[in-house]
Design a binder for this molecule. Structure first.
Ligand code: NAD
Ligand code: TDX
Length: 331
């Protein structure tokens, strides 16, 4: 199988490429990635001799057309992904996430190539803290932020291309991922690398917001299950029953790293901050016999902390600039 992976130099995409090379030697992987601030050649260093990396933009229609024509399937991870950046500068989110998905869809339509579109639970908006309510594939799209609005727009394009043009496409909406190679602008790696670099962790508001954490390896095993057994036109919700409020996650990181439970700063809250995300993954588990493996958050965070401890060459050069950027916003 010739697989085109867009955004394969980012966090989830790089982990996907690593596990694909490791577990599926018959798959020949081409990565298309613009290597934005969020993408890194270094994240693909361990597999650089096993894959082809094309530096380019998903909105570059001729390039996308050529690469799709050479592929049997596409997994589309490429996107701008950070909610705080979207609030400050939404234009690039519309371009990469909406126009980029359009370019992928037009190319797969022309060449009859199957695509799997990667999306997020944030397209469904947020939930009350009541633990009984969770997102399912029937939940209406109701995005809150410029980021999630562009992801919802992309999801709608995929649905329309399936219905109108008979494009062979599957879609998945996953909850918050954590694990190695995640950009240090994101919550968990930011707090870990703050502690490792002698800074204090930063919690938005009171920390009552709930996120539903899944280890990136589990997200990617579900994506492979959908690639192999998913039904075209279907949307699969991927989650691992990992709901925790931000304060609890931060306190767990502090404890695992030998720090006091109050060793952090409260900072300015995010504008329009979604309160709670929670995925009901039962449809995916039942229909495709998928189950997550890394469901112990303490164990998953311990190994993630270890990864950042051992790989400061990967994140160290970025740290000062990322924190300076946050400081400008009082965060
Ligand atoms: P990331 O920001 O770490 O990586 C994104 C990658 O896409 C980078 O390598 C970047 O260079 C590349 N990219 C961005 N714009 C591009 C463009 N115009 N052309 C080509 N490449 C471009 O993101 P991530 O966390 O790995 O997320 C990957 C996908 O998974 C995204 O679609 C995101 O919406 C989705 N998702 C993420 C999470 C999460 O918790 N991180 C959860 C659910 C869904
Ligand atoms: O320093 C911080 N302090 C803090 O309290 C940061 C960076 C975040 N937070 C809070 C905001 C959120 O409630 O932590 C929570 C997680 O924040 P992010 O890591 O920015 O993730 P989130 O906004 O939930 O979105 C993530 O999950 C879904 C990804 O970035 C998206 O790409 C994905 O679609």
């Amino acid at each position: 199988m010739r697989l085109l992976v867009t955004g394969g130099a980012g966090f989830i995409g790089a982990n996907f490429v690593h596990s694909t090379v490791r577990e599926r030697p018959a798959v020949s992987v081409t990565v298309l990635d613009a290597l934005t601030y969020a993408g890194s050649r270094e994240s693909l260093r361990p597999v650089e001799n096993d894959i082809r990396l094309v530096e380019g933009d998903v909105t570059d229609e001729p390039l996308v057309d050529r690469l799709v024509a050479e592929s049997d399937a596409v997994v589309h991870f490429a996107a701008e992904t950070h909610v705080d950046n979207a609030l400050a500068d939404p234009a690039v989110f519309v371009r990469s996430n909406v126009v980029g998905t359009f370019a992928i869809l037009e190319a797969v339509r022309r060449h009859g190539v199957r695509v799997h579109h990667i999306s997020t639970d944030e397209v469904y908006g947020d939930l009350p803290l009541d633990p009984a309510v969770r997102f399912t594939a029937a939940t209406p799209l109701n995005p809150s932020s410029p980021y999630s609005a562009t992801k919802a727009a992309a999801d709608l394009l995929v649905r329309a291309w399936v219905r109108s043009y008979g494009v062979a496409a599957t879609m998945s909406n996953c909850s918050n991922n954590y694990g190695p190679y995640q950009h240090i602008e994101k919550f968990i790696p930011r707090q870990i690398t703050n502690i490792l670099s002698g800074r204090r962790p930063k919690l938005y508001g009171a920390g009552a917001n709930v996120r539903d954490w899944i280890h990136v390896e589990d997200h990617n095993s579900a994506v492979w299950r959908i690639l192999e057994n998913g039904v075209s036109g279907s949307t699969y919700l991927i989650g691992a029953d990992g709901e925790r409020d931000n304060l609890s996650v931060l306190r767990l990181i502090l404890a695992l790293m030998g720090h006091d439970a109050d060793d952090f700063d409260h900072v300015v809250d995010r504008s329009g901050h979604d309160l709670r995300y929670a995925i009901d993954p039962s449809a995916l588990c039942a229909e495709l016999q998928w189950a997550p493996k890394h469901t112990d958050l303490t164990a998953g965070l311990s190994s993630t902390i270890e990864w950042y401890r051992e790989n400061d060459w990967w994140w160290g050069p970025l740290k000062e600039q990322v924190e300076a950027h946050y400081a400008e916003r009082g965060q």
